[in-house]
Design a protein around this ligand. Structure first.
Ligand SMILES: Cc1cc2nc3c(=O)[nH]c(=O)nc-3n(C[C@H](O)[C@H](O)[C@H](O)COP(=O)(O)OP(=O)(O)OC[C@H]3O[C@@H](n4cnc5c(N)ncnc54)[C@H](O)[C@@H]3O)c2cc1C
Length: 409
């Protein structure tokens, strides 16, 4: 038997198990998937929880429900990988030997990385919405909040879903307007980027949106520390921004098991070949999703496109044939803009998000970098697509390679 071990049963790990189980010969291959919990959260849903649009129980399901028969599921924490021994050491001291490994351990927030962020005010005047508990607690707080200066701060890049902080502000604008108290709330984005987004055209268009919605942007702000008593965030260059309510997107990092294995960079992200998805320097380890150090966005859509590339490459590589597929950095993201509308961006390593129609030129139905109700419904539909198609490894009508059809340069 050959052993394939998949680390992480989130978006990427689950998709890979579902794609590989039907095509690998069960008499030749044993697939094992490891995750520390049996709870699978639909993470894009965290955005809607603070505004009462989703409840936590509506965005969580048992992980095992999405894993195919014949795949061995191990619920345990990964302590570390020993690449010399081709072995994964689990928290309960058991060991899994592998011939091939797929790492899909994702990324998580680390507020403890910033001085003064995680103190007794965490959960009182400072919140996150990147975790189920954080999003839920912030929702309860917002219900009774009387207004003031709400600052959304990105501690440092990269973060999961880089548009989520903007979406949070757009939804906050709509939420407080609908509650008749928008004039009592001062909305701010404080970001280490030089504008609203990582790419110039999208940054300009999204920057206009923020301005129109009276959301102030402080760019180029490298967070150094937080002063909870004075309620201010302080940059490395001593620039200060005060707040009444801080919604933080803390430092995002890969899992500590990557660091313990000596495989990560300073943020525990794993060096990955940007086209083949093979771990750099390791011929029997593939990586996908948020765990990689790739310059593509950390987003579910990216994981989906990568899973198609990884499938093709894995099947050839294990039989010592050249890998045929190349990941082009394709990313596709709906952006909620509030009041039942949304935008869509579609880009890759080489092409920045451009305006136009998607997926069909002149027809759409989705609008690229333009606001529409259809885009909003696309975003809401994504939850159904996630549970029913994406995780199950089924084909979607959008190819893993980005297309220029419908885009206007
Ligand atoms: C607020 C928010 C909004 C988002 N919105 C969007 C969106 O609109 N569109 C979009 O495409 N994407 C969005 N995303 C991003 C998307 O959810 C992630 O990019 C995607 O889930 C990453 O998949 P992954 O498999 O790499 O990691 P995950 O799905 O996070 O899976 C990692 C798994 O590894 C497990 N694990 C980690 N370490 C260990 C260990 N040591 N031992 C055992 N198990 C371990 C974890 O328990 C987890 O189950 C959003 C994310 C957030 C937080």
């Amino acid at each position: 038997m050959r052993h394939l071990v998949i680390l992480g049963g989130g978006t990427g790990g689950t998709m890979m198990a579902n794609k590989l189980a039907p095509v690998l010969d069960e008499h030749e291959w044993q697939i094992t998937i490891v995750d520390s919990t049996d709870k699978h959260y639909y993470q894009p849903g965290f955005l809607f929880v603070p505004f009462g649009m989703y409840r936590l129980r509506e965005i969580v399901k048992p992980r095992s429900q999405f894993l195919p028969e014949g795949v061995k599921v191990v619920i345990a924490g990964v302590d570390h990988i020993d690449t010399d021994k081709n072995a994964v050491f689990l928290g309960d001291n058991s060991v899994l030997k592998y011939d091939y490994l797929i790492v899909a351990t994702g990324a998580d927030i680390h507020p403890e990385q910033t001085e003064g962020l995680m103190d007794e005010e965490w959960g009182k005047s400072k919140f996150d919405f990147y975790t189920p508990h954080g999003a839920d607690r912030l929702g309860k707080f917002l219900k009774g909040w009387q207004g003031g200066k709400l600052v959304v701060n990105i501690a440092e890049m990269p973060i999961k879903c880089p548009v989520a902080p903007l979406e949070f502000l757009f939804l906050a604008d709509a939420y407080f307007t609908e509650r008749g108290m928008r004039d009592k709330v001062d909305l701010h984005l404080v970001t280490p980027l030089s504008g609203a987004f990582t790419k110039p055209k999208a940054s300009e268009i999204l920057g206009d949106f923020l301005e129109r919605k009276k959301i102030t942007v402080t760019p180029d702000f490298g967070l150094g520390r937080v002063d909870s008593k004075e309620r201010k965030i302080i940059a490395w260059d001593d620039t200060e921004v005060g707040y009444d309510l801080l919604v933080s997107i803390p430092t995002n990092m890969g899992d500590a098991c990557i660091e313990r294995s000596g495989l990560g960079n300073e943020l525990n992200f794993l060096a990955t070949d940007k086209e083949t998805l093979l771990a750099e320097g390791h011929e029997n380890i593939f990586v996908l999703g948020d765990a990689t150090n790739l310059p593509s966005s950390k987003a579910g859509s990216v994981v989906h496109f990568q899973s198609e590339i990884l499938l093709e490459n894995f099947l050839e590589h294990v039989d010592k044939r050249p890998m045929p597929a190349r990941f082009d950095g394709h990313t596709n993201c709906f952006i909620e803009s509030g009041f039942g509308k949304g935008l869509l961006i579609d880009f890759n390593y080489k092409t920045e998000p451009l305006p136009g129609e998607f997926p069909l030129p002149g027809v759409g139905p989705f609008t690229l970098l333009g606001e529409s109700s259809i885009n909003h419904y696309g975003k809401l539909m994504f939850r159904w697509v996630y549970w029913n198609l994406l995780l199950r490894g089924l084909e979607l009508p959008i190819g893993s390679a980005m297309s220029m059809a419908g885009k206007r340069a």
